[in-house]
Design a protein around this ligand. Structure first.
Ligand code: PLP
Length: 386
């Protein structure tokens, strides 16, 4: 069922001991389908998890919940043996700032590969923390050249961490995770990955890809709500990380990890987002990560066939695209705001391009709990407009 209740009715879910019997659904309306790259449409079960009784985060209930979420993250990606997990409240950028600021040793430098907004965000974080960095600066949507990366690694032994955005959401480009990871391994570097918009949506092979530190969030392909994000890192990284001086109060990764390992926490977390993530992870484990990646791939294929039939132009060539998002050039004479409004009137939210791309492209994500019927209806509506 893809019907969600309007505001009043939403409070009429079953809350166990809390009586809601005097609230009746007022009217049913089709939900808005979110074709933006997070926050995503969630299942009713995940939504209902937000309806909580009052509780204190320093009680056992919450401590158990955090432990369960941390374990389920590792279980979902089948990486319990070599990885550990750490949660932080905030959007994906919170976990990214935590990972970047906490993982570089003094006097060493970071390699930053910039081919979109999010690679540039890692660069900005390095600058804010006054890290020395080497940057491979590329056009948005341009695929990094592996030889160039290797040359930078060869010439700069001060590099300790190689960072990469897996799915560059700016364009929908999937960066070559495995190949860059292989280079990092060959040159004995730490490999730090922003997989915020690809974890559970595109394949991340933890078995064969030497990822040391990976950043994710609840509200993209994991199909939870915004408010909590996380870092998964190799257990054998802990000793190195512990020796890095603390550079920030709120984003110190080792500090969070230590507290969470002891069943505690440092600051007040976004409690409802955690309850929702716990349910979302149950659903992910049931669907399996491979199953979800498959479902997103099929959805993207279906949409792209439709876009192709409408003669829409793709920004990123076939073979480089993620499973999760498609960037399309705006048809001649079509302005983004007009397209966006017309689609929104029909219950679909698309996403604008960023920066220089804002006048020329629009983006359609297919993350989240969206049905085939909704994708079909979207293509039908889009066809009347393009
Ligand atoms: C969404 C996203 C982020 C984080 O953005 P927030 O606005 O903090 O959620 C970081 N990196 C990538 C690749 C993303 O898609």
């Amino acid at each position: 069922m893809n019907i969600s209740f309007c505001t009043h009715a939403r409070t009429a879910v079953n809350l166990g001991s809390i009586s809601t019997t005097n609230l009746q659904p007022i009217k049913l309306m089709p939900r808005t389908v979110l074709l933006n790259p997070g926050p995503v449409n969630v299942t009713d079960k995940v939504r209902q998890a937000l309806m909580l009784p009052d509780l204190c985060h320093r009680e056992k209930e919450f401590s158990d919940l955090m432990a369960a979420i941390r374990a389920k993250l590792l279980k979902a990606f089948d990486i319990e043996e070599h990885y550990t997990s750490v949660l932080v409240s905030g959007s994906g950028t919170a976990a990214l700032e935590m990972a970047v600021s906490s993982s570089l040793s003094p006097e060493r430098s970071m390699l930053v590969i910039e081919n979109g907004v999010y690679g540039e965000r890692i660069g900005k974080l390095c600058d804010i923390y006054q890290f020395k960095r080497h940057t491979l600066k590329l056009g948005w949507g341009e695929l990094p050249n592996l030889e160039k990366i290797e040359n930078i690694l060869k010439q700069n032994p001060d590099i300790e961490v190689v960072s990469l955005v897996h799915h560059e959401t700016t364009t929908g480009l999937l960066n070559p995770l495995k190949e860059v990871g292989e280079l990092a391994r060959r040159y004995k570097k730490i490999f730090l990955v922003d997989a915020i918009s690809s974890l559970a949506g595109d394949e991340v092979d933890f078995e064969s890809c030497p990822i040391d530190i990976v950043v994710g969030t609840a509200n993209k392909c994991l199909q939870g709500f915004p408010g909590v994000s996380f870092v998964l890192f190799k257990k054998n990284e802990l000793d190195r990380l512990r020796n890095i001086p603390q550079r920030t109060l709120y984003f110190n990764m080792v500090g969070y990890h230590k507290a969470q390992e002891a069943g505690g926490l440092l600051f007040t977390p976004a409690i409802p987002a955690h309850y929702a993530l716990d349910v979302a992870l149950d659903e992910l484990i049931e669907e399996t990560v491979a199953g979800r990646v498959q479902r997103y791939a099929k959805a993207a294929q279906f949409l792209r066939r439709g876009f192709h039939d409408m003669s829409l132009e793709f920004l990123i060539p076939e073979g480089w695209r993620s499973n999760c998002l498609t960037s399309l050039r705006l048809p001649k004479g079509m302005d983004y705001d007009r397209l966006h409004s017309a689609l929104k009137e029909n219950g679909f939210v698309i996403y604008a391009g960023q920066g220089n791309l804002s006048d020329t492209i629009f983006r359609v994500a297919n993350m989240g709990d969206i049905t085939d019927e909704e994708f079909k209806r979207f293509l039908k509506v889009l066809k009347t407009l393009c």
